[in-house]
Design a protein around this ligand. Structure first.
Ligand SMILES: Cc1cc2nc3c(=O)[nH]c(=O)nc-3n(C[C@H](O)[C@H](O)[C@H](O)COP(=O)(O)OP(=O)(O)OC[C@H]3O[C@@H](n4cnc5c(N)ncnc54)[C@H](O)[C@@H]3O)c2cc1C
Length: 326
């Protein structure tokens, strides 16, 4: 790619990954973030699961197909990408849900109590059956976003935070503008909607997990993603609402009940944080790249921002490369 000047709006995962891919291809990138810091939107609340096969339970096949090499991309770009797989369990009364999940997904192994205990000693004796997706992984989203910023700056890119929205929207003179403003792009993308997701961060020194564990439930399936120092991200609600107000009592109760059902030691966990993010989503819940002249939108990341940003960023690089200078 010849050295093109590219302005990217929005330093969530879509903006940071796209900026990284374009800077690596030789573009001069300027990343403008309206919030006080990178990751001021949904990306800060994410679990960071890189789970192409588990997501197939509810996502169309193209989401899995486009994200098969996502873990490799992340492992090449940020430290600490865990590649220990994911585990899917269900309370005894909902064990039929495991068979349903298995029918809708691939690349898993059905395992019993002994193998569960070998993979996750703290879950020994708690579940009789599980699905193990050995090739999946996860990343700490906040660390990953910071690492991408460092990479972009090392490649000569510039990252500005606190940029007034009007200034970001009126930036001129560049060869391309890439809009990665998440749910705030509704003005330009009429079919974009927000899907509310609530999450918790807990610290629980009495529990150790080595991989994300999804717990199936007919009403509120939840997952727990382990982070360093016995911190766990518990997520997430999926509510058709664009209300960004704080977490509701109902959601808090359901997330905490599920954590407690996974392991009773979570009863003594310290609640470090509650959070709400609006997942930017198109009608079919598939992330898309859309071109409008010299503006390219990368949006609708739904629940796949970490999973699919590398593939969508490569798509952007292809458009920029083919489109040339103004
Ligand atoms: C609770 C929860 C858990 C999740 N877990 C996962 C997971 O495990 N794996 C996964 O892949 N995905 C997950 N997701 C989904 C993922 O978080 C989203 O798909 C992703 O964060 C969307 O990224 P984005 O960059 O498009 O938007 P955002 O992260 O919202 O970023 C948009 C950025 O643009 C900025 N901005 C807005 N307007 C302007 C402007 N005019 N100029 C400049 N900047 C502007 C905002 O401040 C913001 O920082 C989860 C989401 C939630 C809510």
């Amino acid at each position: 790619m010849s050295a093109q000047d590219i302005v990217i709006r929005g330093a969530g995962v879509a903006g940071l990954v796209t900026a990284t891919v374009l800077a690596e291809a030789g573009a001069r990138v300027t990343l403008l973030e309206a919030g006080p810091a990178i990751g001021s939107g949904a990306s800060w609340k994410a679990g960071g699961m890189l789970a192409p096969w588990c997501e197939a339970e509810s996502a169309p096949a193209e989401v899995t197909a486009d994200s098969l090499d996502s873990i490799v991309w992340w492992a090449d770009h940020v430290p600490g990408v865990a590649r220990n797989g994911s585990l899917v369990v269900a309370p005894a009364r909902d064990v039929a849900d495991i068979a349903r999940f298995a029918r809708r997904t691939t690349m898993h192994e059905q395992i019993g109590a002994e193998q569960i205990a070998a993979l996750e000693p703290d879950l020994a004796g708690r579940f009789g059956r599980a699905l193990f997706f050995a090739r999946e992984g996860h990343v700490n989203p906040r660390d990953a976003l910071a690492a991408l910023r460092t990479r972009i700056e090392a490649l000569g890119g510039v990252v500005h935070t606190h940029v007034p929205v009007a200034e970001a929207l009126s930036a001129r003179g560049q060869d391309w503008t890439i809009d990665c403003t998440g749910i705030d792009a509704r003005r330009a993308l009429a079919d974009l909607r927000g899907v509310r997701g609530e999450m918790l961060l807990l610290r629980c020194p009495d529990v150790a997990l080595h991989r994300p564990v999804r717990m199936l439930h007919p009403r509120i399936p939840i997952y727990i993603v382990p982070r360093a120092d016995h911190v766990f991200m518990v997520g997430a609600t999926m509510i058709e609402s664009e209300t960004a107000r704080g977490m509701t009592v109902r959601s808090m109760t359901e997330l905490l009940n599920a954590a407690y059902a996974l392991h009773p030691a979570f009863a003594e966990a310290e609640i470090l944080e509650t959070g709400v993010g609006l997942r930017p989503s198109f009608a079919d819940n598939v992330p898309r790249v859309r071109r409008d002249g010299r503006v390219i939108h990368v949006n609708g990341m739904y629940r796949h921002g970490f999973l699919l940003s590398p593939a969508r960023a490569r798509e952007v690089a292809g458009i920029v490369q083919a489109g040339g200078l103004r």
